[in-house]
Design a protein around this ligand. Sequence first.
Ligand SMILES: C[S@@+](CC[C@H](N)C(=O)[O-])C[C@H]1O[C@@H](n2cnc3c(N)ncnc32)[C@H](O)[C@@H]1O
Length: 219
Amino acid sequence: MDAVATYRVFAEVYDRYVGGFKEDLPLYQSLCSGRNPILEIGSGTGRVLAALLRDKHVVTGVDISAEMLAVAEKKLAYFIRRGALTLLNHDFVHSGLSTTFSAALVTFYTINYVFDDPQREDTWEETELDGANGTMTLRQKRSMNGNFEERLQIFRNGANQREITTRRMYYDKATIVGALEECGFTDIEITDGYCLSGFHKLERKEIVRGSFVVKASRD
Ligand SMILES: C[S@@+](CC[C@H](N)C(=O)[O-])C[C@H]1O[C@@H](n2cnc3c(N)ncnc32)[C@H](O)[C@@H]1O
């Protein structure tokens, strides 16, 4: 299953699953402060777009999933009407955009969808997801092969069941920094978690402890 197929199904449950996650937003908001226009690559259902729009930025969101874009379009219709938001169905891996942006964000695991196809292996876990219409059960199995993950999730709400397969690559810091350098980016800095005061240049043998954010500049 590729990202388009994954998010075709995910769109329906995405906001319930991670729509309430806000820990990373202050970091993006701070990095975008004073900048316009902003591009978010892999903008999904608009979790990050909404925060930037509330801060009065002019934003373009691109995504490969028509279903995720449709949710964002519905939620953020007010900003589209006012000309503050443009949504595009666009695959950032295979082509660029002609517009120039003051800042571009690739947030919240979107970069992990860029990979050449490897193999895999297994484990299961179960959680309850609370929402306005009661509790939903999530059963998931992650198969890791090196840094490549294939995840099978079963969202169950009464008689309704949705199965979602997600394939993602977890990159180490040096690989991301190397890719940005190759594309002509400078001032490359990393922070662990979403800690705004933690940005630093990549250190030799720096390991990945969990989520990290990379920022960089390009003329
Ligand atoms: C984990 S979601 C993140 C959504 C949103 N940024 C957020 O923080 O909630 C990843 C998004 O990246 C999109 N995506 C994956 N590969 C893409 C590609 N090549 N071009 C554009 N979007 C892509 C998926 O469709 C999905 O909506």
